[in-house]
Design a protein around this ligand. Structure first.
Ligand code: GAL
Length: 368
């Protein structure tokens, strides 16, 4: 167990906040703002009921990344049954970014409307004036309605015709690969209504342009989508990457001009092997690389029994990035653990290796 006053990371272990309570911010992400870190994540309750949103998005703050102050619920679920974020909906992977022009903190999350499983595949948006909230829910969308991806040939830029729709009728898409998955059709099916968006992340580039990265097209394709200047909508500029490859849990970083992404395959709460990819431009082309995990077969095939959620650049340190991942406990959701590991570079490529204990001095070590 990690002590309350500990100055180290203990991946996978109980991690107490300033009240001695295990941090409750699953599927999370971290914002660095004016010298402080803010960790946002899904607040989960005990048991399987914790897999739905019963409380909202929890936020913690820290100056050193080891010790976290409970700042309360940044975005609360609603008791009004008409609300899209009514208690019992599915609200996952919340991420917050700061818009320098509007001065607003903008939260995006994966939203599934209450009672219909994972079929809505929407993105929820909320805003606040302060990093700890309270966030006001704005709306949910299916991104990029009426816009064609920038990287598809012109002949694919047309909605499905009646015959194509008839062919697809009755086919089930369970969210992972099935032999009848059509890798270049679902975005055409969803052109008018907007693109499906489940597991997601946000990434702000050096020029303050923000991107929404999400598992789309029944989870078969990742989309990278530029946000509007106020970060409150999708801009209609987006690309599809890895069609038919079924990635989720995408997390992006930019290192020495290159974009790296760590993601997972689609096996629900069960961990699988991490996937690493790289691009010179955020718009691609994206290239898939080897599994970034080194260690035992078990560690490599399960990403240390964890699934990616965010890559956190350490403020004020060069080439220092923390891989943040979740070790889910779906049968007692509140007890999910956090796997934070330092990203190392071997031959200029990110590599992850298990550490029982580590601290930020790791990044300064000359041996790297
Ligand atoms: C995972 C996903 C989680 C959650 C879960 C539900 O694949 O990464 O965020 O949606 O499935 O089974």
């Amino acid at each position: 167990m990690q002590d309350m006053d500990s100055k180290q990371f203990c991946p996978g272990e109980f991690w107490p906040d300033d009240q001695g309570i295990h941090i409750n911010a699953h599927g999370g992400g971290v914002l660095h703002h004016q010298g402080r870190y803010y960790w946002y994540g899904e607040h989960k309750i005990e048991g399987e009921a914790g897999n739905q949103a019963q409380v909202g998005v929890h936020v913690y703050s820290s100056s050193d990344l080891y010790q976290w102050k409970d700042e309360g619920i940044a975005l609360k679920v609603d008791d009004d049954p008409q609300s899209e974020i009514v208690r019992g909906c599915i609200l996952e992977r919340p991420k917050v970014i700061y818009n320098r022009t509007t001065g607003k903190f903008v939260m995006w999350f994966h939203l599934e409307l209450n009672g219909i499983g994972y079929s809505s595949a929407r993105s929820g948006i909320a805003v606040a004036d302060r990093p700890t909230g309270p966030f006001q829910y704005v709306k949910s969308i299916r991104p990029n309605a009426g816009a064609w991806p920038m990287n598809v040939p012109d002949e694919l830029k047309k909605p499905l015709d009646a015959a194509e729709l008839a062919q697809m009728k009755g086919l089930e898409f369970p969210g992972n690969w099935v032999p009848h998955y059509p890798p270049h059709q679902i975005f055409r099916r969803d052109f008018d209504a907007g693109q499906m968006a489940r597991d997601m992340n946000l990434f702000v580039d050096e020029d303050e342009t923000a991107y929404h990265i999400y598992s789309s097209e029944e989870n078969g394709v990742l989309h990278i989508s530029q946000l509007s200047e106020d970060y409150l909508q999708s801009s209609g500029r987006y690309v599809r990457i890895f069609p038919g490859k079924f990635h989720e849990a995408p997390a992006l970083m930019k290192h020495r001009g290159k974009y790296f992404m760590i993601s997972s395959g689609c096996t629900g709460w069960h961990p699988n092997a991490a996937r690493l990819s790289v691009a010179d431009s955020i718009w691609g082309p994206w290239q898939e690389l080897e599994n970034p995990c080194i260690g035992t077969e078990e560690e490599k095939s399960t990403t240390f029994n964890s699934q990616s959620t965010f890559i956190l650049p350490v403020a004020g340190k060069e080439d220092a990035y923390i891989f943040m991942a979740d070790r889910w406990r779906p049968e007692n959701a509140i007890d999910g653990r956090y796997t934070w590991l330092p990203i190392q570079f071997k031959n200029e490529l990110p590599v992850l290796e298990w550490k029982d204990r580590w601290d930020l001095n790791f990044f300064a070590a000359p041996a790297r």
